[in-house]
Design a binder for this molecule. Structure first.
Ligand code: PLP
Length: 470
């Protein structure tokens, strides 16, 4: 059990009780209603055990019984500066005092415009146009549709370019287009008949789940991409990938040079490149955007999650002036991008996103990361010695630890034993909320986590792993 006082940076630390609301349901009632009414994402509801988080500050969350947990999954990979950061809270309050929402369909507002401008300033050079939507999947859908439409309207048009190349075990979200380019079978196989088929490039970041064979080398992967684009000449609209690390695949870390190589090959074949930085963006890999590490500017950059530091749903698809120009024309020419979402560009989210970028700058967030990344690495090396921890992969401030039945052969546990889930549940009494990807335990805390908190988090993760693999 963790008893240290959280260094929450908000006046409302997790210890401060929530104001008593007369007539508000009790924690027990809420837990019952949660089970009765709420259909949780990616959750087998027959097995679901409610845990209601009521408050948070910094890297800590507090449940309705007052128990504190370190937020080891950054509230589903999106929290950046911690919960209840005073500047984010203030930005939100300030914006709500002006207006909560106006549409961006043919209309604008000062906060969203200012945020778009800041995004362009911090994004890789050449990405000048910002299309706002509501979540990561929507950012991907927009990029896929823009890439598809771009080729129909390019000069000269190339309407045969309708296909997408995606990396094996890719995850780009759950909407139909996103699962068309997705490759985590347990998420997508059910819905395959509803969507389109992508061309698959084996991931150079992880073993092939079907065969258990090691990942292809950098050279093999790039040669395979070159071959695919040669074989499918004139029919590929875009290659889509997560740069540096594929998160939901199981924290598959790509070999250095892969992203750079993909950019060079796509450019040579005249194919667009979509980078999905929904999970890697906003500092997770050690730089603001992962693609900076290989000096790559994509044709589309998809952002969400950390875009608002984990406060509000918002996503953005950034693209180049060259793509944008293909959509210009008179109304009669029908070149408009007929796609959009009610809350796209929401000013509350934009206000928080702007404040988050200010925090990155003023609190030198990126400069604070190297010691944390090193400390996480030291913990990973320690945990890698546990009897049932197989491969451990880390990129920046995220790590995945594979739980295996046999450390020497790497043989997995039977799927139904849910060892990954059990390890994460067993870490809760020790004060950590972490999530698994199958039998891979993922550690992905908010960037604001301190070194002491990282120690506490990884100790709790170790306790969970030991309990689930004993
Ligand atoms: C790389 C990546 N792309 C897209 C998505 C989808 O984002 P959202 O859940 O906001 O739709 C996710 C979500 O985890 C992701 O990790």
């Amino acid at each position: 059990m963790i008893t240290a006082t959280p260094p929450g940076h908000s006046a409302a630390t997790p210890e401060s009780p929530a104001p008593a609301a007369t007539g508000f349901p009790t924690a027990d009632q809420l837990a019952r209603w949660d089970r009765e009414h709420v259909w949780h994402a990616f959750t087998q509801m027959e097995e679901y055990e409610p845990l209601l988080i009521e408050r948070g500050a910094g890297a800590w969350l507090v449940d309705t019984a007052g128990k504190r947990y370190l937020d080891g999954s950054a509230s589903m990979w999106c929290n950046v500066h911690g919960h209840r950061h005073p500047r984010l809270d203030a930005a939100l309050a300030d914006q709500v005092a002006r207006v909560a929402h106006t549409t961006n369909l043919g209309l604008s507002n000062p906060t969203t415009v200012a945020f778009a401008r800041r995004l362009v300033e911090v994004a890789p050079p050449g990405l000048e146009k910002v299309f706002f939507s509501g979540d990561g999947s929507s950012a991907i859908e927009a990029a896929l549709k823009m890439a598809f439409q771009y080729w129909r309207q390019a000069d000269p048009p190339q309407p045969a370019r309708t296909r997408f190349v995606a990396i094996g075990e890719a995850y780009h979200g759950d909407t139909l287009g996103a699962i068309g380019v997705g490759g985590v079978d347990r998420f997508t196989a059910m819905f395959a008949p509803l969507t389109f088929e992508s061309i698959r490039l084996p991931s150079p970041g992880g073993p092939c789940p079907a065969t258990g064979r090691p990942a292809p080398s950098l050279g093999e992967s790039l040669a395979a991409l070159d071959r695919i684009l040669t074989e499918h000449v004139g029919t590929v609209a875009a290659v889509i990938m997560e740069p540096l690390v594929q998160m939901a695949a199981g924290i598959y870390v790509h070999p250095p040079g892969f992203l750079r190589g993909v950019r060079e090959i796509t450019a040579r074949h005249g194919v667009l490149l979509i980078l999905d930085e929904v999970a890697t963006g906003f500092g997770r890999t050690g730089t603001l955007f992962a693609c900076e590490q290989e000096q790559v500017t994509p044709d589309f950059l998809c952002l969400a999650k950390g875009l608002t530091a984990g406060y509000l749903p918002m996503a953005a698809t950034l693209t180049t002036a060259a793509v944008w120009r293909a959509f210009l024309g008179t109304h009669a020419e029908r070149k408009t991008f007929f796609h959009g979402h009610t809350y796209g560009g929401n000013p509350l989210a934009a206000a928080v996103g702007l404040a988050s970028l200010d925090i990155f700058r003023d609190e030198r967030v990126l400069a604070s990361l190297p010691p944390k990344i090193t400390r996480l690495q030291a913990h990973c090396e320690r945990l890698a010695r546990l009897d049932h921890v197989g491969a451990v992969r880390q990129c920046g401030l995220v790590a995945g630890l594979d739980l295996v039945a046999d450390k020497h052969t790497g043989a997995p546990y039977p799927w139904g034993e849910k060892r990954g889930t059990r390890a994460c549940l067993a870490a809760r009494p020790h004060g950590a909320l972490v999530r698994q990807l199958g039998d891979t335990v993922v550690v992905m805390p908010p960037l604001c986590i301190t070194l002491d908190e990282l120690d506490l988090l990884l100790d709790a993760v170790e306790a969970g792993i030991r309990a689930a693999t004993a």
